[in-house]
Design a protein around this ligand. Structure first.
Ligand code: GLC
Length: 568
């Protein structure tokens, strides 16, 4: 089932989303933490970049053990980030600029400081008991099963008060909500309605494919990777039913744009989650392409990334989602990932070319592209010197566990430095003044030392900057239909350095060729495409002064990348 552009009326299919990690974006109070007014202050910047939708990460009241993903009150603003008036002002200012807001909703779990949980733990017959997942100890008195927390250790936490365990798939202060309970599902819909009534345009649903757990809570026998229990709660038995219910209760009636964050999911499920006929989400995030440097799926071990696997995964999702009528959220970066620039290309001497190459490669694909703050100026992983510089709860847990397991501190540090989520969380680099212009105070996490060379101020008006490159790519999404509706064809036949693909609709052919290596290389387009070029190929965007002749052999400098269009 292939849709043409005329059928693709949903506005968000031609949009670009900008992800704001408010803690690290812009601090207007000097407390070292970014805030809502800080975002409002930068809306002209985002408008200039060309983005349509801002995804604002959790700013609700929270003990901040997982930087706001541990929510203690869903319908409030944490004073650290400002007030509800600041939020309303943000909405007004977005409207004036014809921009949209997507809020981050975290309803797989709540903070243990939430009033529901505080009630729930009081007694087994408390009316809120069933809001969470409580289980008796195993016959030997230990944990109910062998499921593991994503942040290390058992997923079960013992509570002495009632002698039972509660499930917490992330931090022990993030208790999983019990979606089997109709009241929980009502509460989730109500809190989303609260924000929809305030005028937000959509939601990013945090780890939403984990909400339906196998009610037998079986032990994981380890025969399927990763053996930590995820097979029993990922894309679980009732997940589609629950999401359809949210669609009928909230997403549909308010006409919202929604993206589901899908942990360890499958293509088949994502087609169901995002095909409009299913009435679930607008689009989905999956992470398979960002695990190509995990040996046997292990995040806390290092290996060079597998280029062929990366291309294979991007391609199978492009083709599969297109054929199944699903829709991809396209991304290289987010607040949970080290910077793609440092992972898949060169963040040193060829940093600028590399950042543009990755951008062109991603923005040529089908789906809705997401830009994570700092990506548009080519921010790499920061330079870390000491384990005390890290703030992230997952990184701190994993460091401790690695040391307990006998790893040398240097090795454990090297792994954290390369894998930590804090790589994405250092402050946005606005200028070359103190603290990169992020704060007048002491930032909650250090600013990367390269800010004097990598900042917005230097790039905003430079036509050759990474920023200007992003601006061009974002504008193309609006002007070239083929970027939205073209079907995808991979062109590179396992070339060891090149990733090349075409996007084709009934009028135009778009071709993207990227060199992912530090070596100059040559690439021949498949026979069927060569004749198209010669005189008609129009260069839409590139990252090198030297543009190769459109001939049988394209010569590509290190990290060179080009996007051509042949108009039909
Ligand atoms: C998502 C968020 C991540 C958070 C986790 C638990 O993966 O992106 O930052 O730690 O969910 O809420």
């Amino acid at each position: 089932m292939t849709k043409t552009i005329a059928q693709m009326t949903e506005w968000w299919r031609r949009s670009v989303v900008y992800q704001v990690y408010p803690r690290s974006f812009n601090d207007t109070t000097g407390n070292g933490v970014g805030d809502i007014r800080g975002l409002t202050e930068k809306l002209d910047y985002l408008k200039d970049l060309g983005v349509d939708i801002v995804w604002l990460q959790p700013v609700y009241n929270s003990p901040q053990n997982d930087n706001g993903y541990d929510v203690s009150d869903y319908c409030s603003i944490d004073p650290m980030y400002g007030t509800m008036d600041d939020f309303d002002e943000l909405m007004d200012e977005l409207r004036k600029r014809d921009m949209h807001l997507m809020l981050d909703i975290v309803v797989n779990h709540s903070s243990t400081e939430h009033k529901w949980f505080k009630e729930s733990r009081k007694s087994k017959d408390n009316p809120y008991r069933d809001y969470y997942i409580w289980r008796d100890p195993a016959p030997d008195g230990g944990v109910p099963n062998n499921w593991q927390s994503k942040f290390g250790g058992s997923a079960w936490q013992y509570d002495e008060l009632t002698g039972q365990y509660y499930l917490a798939l992330y931090d022990k202060t993030q208790a999983d909500l019990n979606w089997e309970n109709e009241k929980v599902r009502q509460e989730a819909a109500d809190l989303m309605r609260f924000w929809a009534d305030k005028g937000v345009d959509g939601f990013r649903m945090d780890v939403i494919n984990l909400i339906s757990k196998d009610q037998n809570f079986p032990n994981d026998d380890g025969t399927i990777m990763t053996g930590d229990g995820r097979r029993y709660y990922t894309d679980g038995p009732r997940v589609h039913e629950y999401i359809k219910e949210l669609y009928e209760r909230v997403y549909g009636p308010y006409d919202l744009v929604t993206v589901g964050e899908m942990s360890s999911t499958t293509l088949q499920h994502c087609i169901r989650y995002s095909n409009p006929e299913e009435r679930e989400f607008s689009m989905t995030f999956n992470f398979h392409h960002l695990k190509v440097d995990y040996p046997q799926g292990k995040k806390w071990e290092l290996m060079p990334y597998d280029f062929e696997a990366l291309k294979g995964l991007l391609s199978s999702w492009q083709i599969g989602m297109h054929e199944g009528g699903g829709w991809n959220a396209l991304f290289w970066n987010n607040h949970d990932q080290p910077r793609a620039l440092s992972r898949f290309a060169d963040d040193g001497r060829c940093r600028v070319a590399s950042a543009k190459m990755l951008a062109t490669t991603l923005h040529g694909l089908q789906g809705t592209p997401y830009v994570f703050q700092g990506e548009e100026i080519g921010m790499p992983n920061p330079k870390w010197h000491n384990i005390s510089e890290f703030r992230d709860i997952e990184s701190k847990n994993m460091y401790r566990i690695m040391i307990e397991m006998g790893k040398e501190p240097e090795e454990a540090f090297a792994i954290i430095a390369s894998r930590s989520r804090d790589n994405a969380r250092t402050p946005m680099q606005w200028n070359y003044g103190p603290q990169a212009g992020f704060t007048d105070g002491t930032p909650w996490i250090k600013v990367d030392e390269r800010y004097p060379e990598i900042n917005v101020k230097m790039q905003r008006t430079d036509p050759n900057s990474v920023f200007s490159h992003y601006k061009r790519l974002i504008a193309l999404r609006k002007s070239e239909d083929v970027l939205t509706d073209g079907r995808y064809v991979r062109l590179d036949e396992e070339h060891p350095q090149i990733y090349a693909y075409a996007r084709i609709n009934d009028r135009d052919t778009l071709i993207v060729v990227s060199n992912f290596s530090s070596e100059e290389t040559e690439f021949s387009l498949p026979e069927a495409y060569r004749h198209l070029g010669s005189s008609q190929a129009e260069l839409l965007v590139g990252n090198m002064k030297f543009v190769p002749e459109w001939s049988s052999n394209l010569k590509l400098e290190p990290y060179a990348s080009f996007m051509w269009i042949i108009r039909g």
